[in-house]
Design a protein around this ligand. Structure first.
Ligand SMILES: C[S@@+](CC[C@H](N)C(=O)[O-])C[C@H]1O[C@@H](n2cnc3c(N)ncnc32)[C@H](O)[C@@H]1O
Length: 512
């Protein structure tokens, strides 16, 4: 093991990485990216997943519980993190997940093939030779139509973070204690912000860096910003290496409004400069000052070239979403055009067929709707001379843009697990109940980590499918008064029914 990797190992042995789930790493979303690119992905309900650098397994554990037919293997360098993860696996009694202490550099060649390989937050945080091996491992261990997810920090957006990192590292040089290192970094950024004699642009950069470093948990700052290695890359540099390793780019799972679908006007402009996919992505990164990528790759040649633009795979997708609807500014009556918006983006729709389709999604929420059902809806609003294929094509372009802007989700399967109303015997996953009892973020049935308020946190562990609503109310009342007699009134303010509805809206309750 080289000295840099030894340092990385020591850092994680001493400070554990907070074990979270990351929506953008879910095989289902990775499969959606493949479908959009015209490739058939391995079915997620019955697949083999390898996560490299899995820390305590916080990303794989909820997947393993929710996809019992699939098999999960997580490897990590740090024995302390793996031991902690293994203790949770044992507590939950999961049999389809294995967490192993394993240096990626020594992964045996005969360790099998995987349908999905996930490496989140690893590539930019390991030495050059480990990065190279990561790409080789993906190529070597992917099934023929397998998909790899690799995230990394990118230039140009990370230039500012690099300056803040250099400043903090310079200020705290020689400091061994990790928490002190982080506090020192936060302090010097604050000092610079208050005293910098520089352009407004530089001050703005310091302000943003200070906010980022101050609001994140110190463990994240320690491992993400002030780690022994933290190296951003230009997308083209990453792809040059991936390509040498025999991997091909399909798309990204994380948009955050930084890029949009193929029908996005900005992307169309970029395509006037280049129609090479990698170059186009690089220009987009410059345009939006991109900070991070969550890229999906396959083995070279796995995408049949004729399949590009073939709608077969996308037509098998399901959609779900509940964007806010309001009349467009130019059409206050909302007769001809409507604006749909989400947290990161909005679109103005002017045609009746896509408006009807998005409204159908809103009505069905949280149910996921097959694309074919949405085409039926759009067809009902279209002129009769249009063929179904034409309507489907036009609808796809709009929905794809809505997806890229974060207004709707796509999925390769119906989301059967999510309850759309409180069930008679409410039940949450064992992992969510375990997390709520431990006071961490809680992962919902869409693989999103959620902070919960105290009332919900108390109720969730009780939702194990054995109690009806009155029994839950009684148990909650008992918990509240045992904790502090004065808090007995809390359940009166927020009834169990109200809290159960909240659990439903947070997608924390199982259907049956
Ligand atoms: C920034 S953390 C990310 C953890 C997790 N993927 C997440 O995003 O929450 C990087 C992880 O990679 C692991 N790691 C670093 N070098 C490794 C290597 N050579 N082999 C296996 N794991 C490694 C570290 O121990 C650490 O848990």
């Amino acid at each position: 093991m080289d000295s840099l990797t030894q340092k990385i190992l020591a850092e994680y042995e001493s400070v554990q990485y907070p074990g979270n789930a990351f929506t953008q790493t879910h095989p289902d979303l990775i499969a959606v990216v493949a479908a959009r690119a015209g490739m058939a992905a391995p079915p997620v309900e019955n697949c083999r997943v390898l996560e490299i650098g899995c820390a305590t397994g916080g990303n794989l554990l909820p997947m393993a519980e929710q996809m019992p037919q699939s098999k999960f293997v997580g490897i990590d360098l740090s024995p302390a993190q793996i031991r902690y993860g293994q203790s949770i696996v044992g507590e939950l009694g999961l049999t389809n997940i294995e967490l192993c202490c394993q240096d990626l550099m020594e992964l045996p060649e005969d360790d099998g093939r995987f349908d999905y390989i996930i490496a989140h937050g690893v590539y930019s945080w390991v030495p050059a030779e480990v990065r190279e091996r990561l790409l080789e491992v993906c190529q070597r261990h992917l099934a023929p139509n397998g998909l790899a997810y690799i995230s990394f920090t990118t230039f140009p957006g990370s230039v500012h973070n690099q300056i803040a990192r250099e400043l903090a590292m310079f200020h705290s040089r020689g400091v061994a204690d990790e928490e002190q290192l982080v506090n020192g970094g936060r302090g010097i950024l604050r000092f610079m912000l208050q005293n910098a004699v520089a352009s407004p642009a530089y001050r703005k950069m310091l302000h943003e860096a200070h906010e980022k470093m101050t609001h994140a948990a110190w463990q994240y700052v320690c491992h993400d910003d002030l780690a022994a290695v933290c190296q951003p890359f230009y997308f083209w540099e990453f792809m040059a290496k991936a390509s040498r390793a025999g991997l091909e780019y399909l798309g990204d799972t994380e948009s955050k409004g930084m890029w949009a679908g193929s029908d996005d006007p900005l992307r169309r402009k970029v395509m006037e400069v280049s129609n090479d996919m990698v170059e186009c992505e690089q220009y987009m990164d410059f345009l939006v000052n991109r900070v991070f990528r969550a890229s999906v790759l396959c083995r070279q040649g796995a995408v049949p070239s004729v399949a590009q633009g073939d709608g077969k795979f996308r037509q098998a997708l399901f959609a779900s979403g509940n964007p806010t609807e309001r009349p467009s500014a130019g059409d206050p009556g909302g007769v001809r055009s409507v604006e749909f918006s989400g947290i990161i983006g909005k679109v103005e729709l002017r045609e009746a067929p896509p408006i009807a389709a998005v409204r159908h999604l809103k009505k069905a929420w949280p149910r996921s709707v097959p694309f074919a059902e949405l085409v039926d809806i759009a067809l009902g609003q279209s002129p009769t001379f249009l063929r179904r294929a034409q309507v489907a094509d036009a609808l796809w372009k709009v929905l794809d843009l809505c997806f890229a802007l974060g207004l709707i989700d796509f999925s390769t399967r119906p989301r059967r697990l999510i309850a759309d109303a409180p069930t008679p015997l409410p039940k949450a996953t064992a992992y969510a109940r375990w997390q709520a009892a431990g006071g961490q973020l809680v992962v919902n049935l869409r693989h999103v980590g959620l902070p919960l308020d105290d009332d919900v946190r108390r109720l969730l562990p009780l939702c194990d499918g054995s109690r009806d609503h009155p029994a839950l109310a009684a148990a909650l009342q008992q918990e509240n008064s045992a904790d502090s007699p004065a808090s007995g009134g809390r359940t009166a303010r927020r009834s169990v029914d109200e809290l159960l509805n909240l659990l439903v809206s947070l997608h924390l309750l199982l259907k049956n």
